[in-house]
Design a protein around this ligand. Structure first.
Ligand code: F3S
Length: 397
């Protein structure tokens, strides 16, 4: 790789031990993927924050980077942690886990990382512009940034994202190059789409189709989509298809740059309905856990939830997962009081996938196709996959 003078200095250790380690990681990555040079990044988002995923080895790596003088050079935010950093006790998180999780967050904070703990950084101030280079790692946020915002990021692992934060650089390959962003498969959607559940189901249908080929989809037929529907779609497409990018005509900003690929498939209502059915486990079973907020809820979603829960009482364990700045706004606007009076709980900074809840519940109701996937894959929960409003109604029964 061709490195600038400053990058060479970083590599030989002239800017400290942690920066040297970070540059070594990026150069190794660049060599593997054939990058010719580094590009400056305007922001970083780091996944792999839950102690449940990191373990002792991950905590030690972070502590060493912090002790080695590692300091962020660009805005850097974090993915959800394994617990609500304030309310962990009420959510049943064991104290020894909480202690380890706080040490992880302290190590990040010492390096200048904003411990925002959310998978929707674009809702809380880490909002890139079109064509900006980033180093993000949360799969749903990567897909959202590349597709909905038109920014450019590969899906980074935790260490490579941290390395980008400490150097302000990332190797230029993959999604950073316009020619690697061209679509390979046209998808015509001929199905009725309404709400986060339906867009999540569409993400599953398309994701299953492209999982093996990793073809970038060029989608026709989505008439309109809200921010909330798009975040649900991105989470699902990334989960089921490993996709970091899609183009949708009339929806995403880069779609006009390209033309429709000749190979095409049609998504019918029948396929969408089958995807929905596949995420609803058959037979009668007791749902003992309800969760909304995968990806993390936006403020309008929380406002809507408050309107549905006003003067009601939930009868199941019900977690609302969101970012702390969004929760703070919900506090100020009175939504939190309504939601908590109804018996639902905010699980801020975390989510039902990264929190250590295996064995505590047996079945989950949610509007998120991604949450359904991990509820089974990680925790062996059965799932009910319902529209947002029906999830709330279900919690009230
Ligand atoms: Fe976010 Fe957790 Fe879902 S990180 S996308 S809420 S699995």
């Amino acid at each position: 790789m061709q490195l600038t003078l400053e990058e060479k200095e970083m590599l030989v250790g002239a800017q400290g031990q942690a920066t040297q380690k970070a540059m070594q990681i990026l150069v190794a990555l660049g060599d593997i993927y054939g990058a010719k040079r580094m590009v400056p990044v305007s922001s970083v988002q780091i996944a792999g924050v839950s102690y449940d995923n990191l373990g002792e080895a991950g905590l030690q790596f972070l502590s060493e980077m912090a002790e080695g003088g590692g300091r962020t050079r660009v805005l850097t935010t974090l993915n959800p942690a394994g617990m609500d950093t304030e309310n962990w006790h009420a959510l049943g998180i064991p104290p020894d886990f909480a202690e380890k999780q706080m040490r992880v967050l302290e190590a990040f904070s010492r390096m200048g990382v904003a411990a925002t703990c959310t998978c929707t950084p674009y809702l809380i101030g880490n909002l890139p512009r079109y064509a900006e280079h980033l180093a993000w790692s949360e799969s749903s946020a990567v897909c959202y940034a590349n597709s909905v915002l038109g920014a450019r990021t590969n899906r980074e692992g935790g260490p490579s994202a941290l390395a980008a934060a400490l150097t302000g650089r990332t190797p230029e390959y993959g999604m950073h190059l316009l020619e690697k962003r061209s679509p390979q498969l046209t998808i015509k959607v001929k199905a009725h789409l309404n709400g986060t559940r339906d867009l999540g189901a569409l993400g599953k249908v398309i994701g299953n189709r492209i999982e093996a080929s990793k073809a970038i989809p060029y989608i026709l037929g989505i008439q309109s989509a809200t921010l909330e529907e798009l975040k649900s779609f991105c989470a699902s497409l990334a989960t089921y298809g490993g996709a970091a990018l899609f183009h949708a005509v009339g929806i995403t900003p880069e779609a006009p740059v390209f033309t429709a690929p000749s190979e095409q498939i049609i998504i019918t209502q029948k396929k969408l309905d089958a995807a929905i059915q596949s995420l609803n486990d058959p037979g009668e079973f007791n749902v003992d856990f309800v969760s909304l907020g995968c990806p993390h809820l936006s403020l309008p979603e929380i406002a809507h939830l408050a309107s549905l829960l006003e003067d009601k009482r939930v009868k199941k364990e019900f977690w609302i997962t969101t970012a702390r700045p969004i929760k703070n706004a919900a506090d100020q606007l009175g939504y939190t009081r309504i939601i908590e009076r109804a018996g639902a709980k905010f699980a801020t900074d975390t989510c039902c996938v990264v929190a250590p809840i295996k064995g505590r519940f047996s079945a989950l109701a949610t509007d998120s196709a991604k949450a359904c996937y991990y509820a089974y894959a990680k925790n062996r929960f059965k799932t009910k996959f319902l529209p947002f409003d029906e999830v709330v109604r279900f919690a009230l029964q």
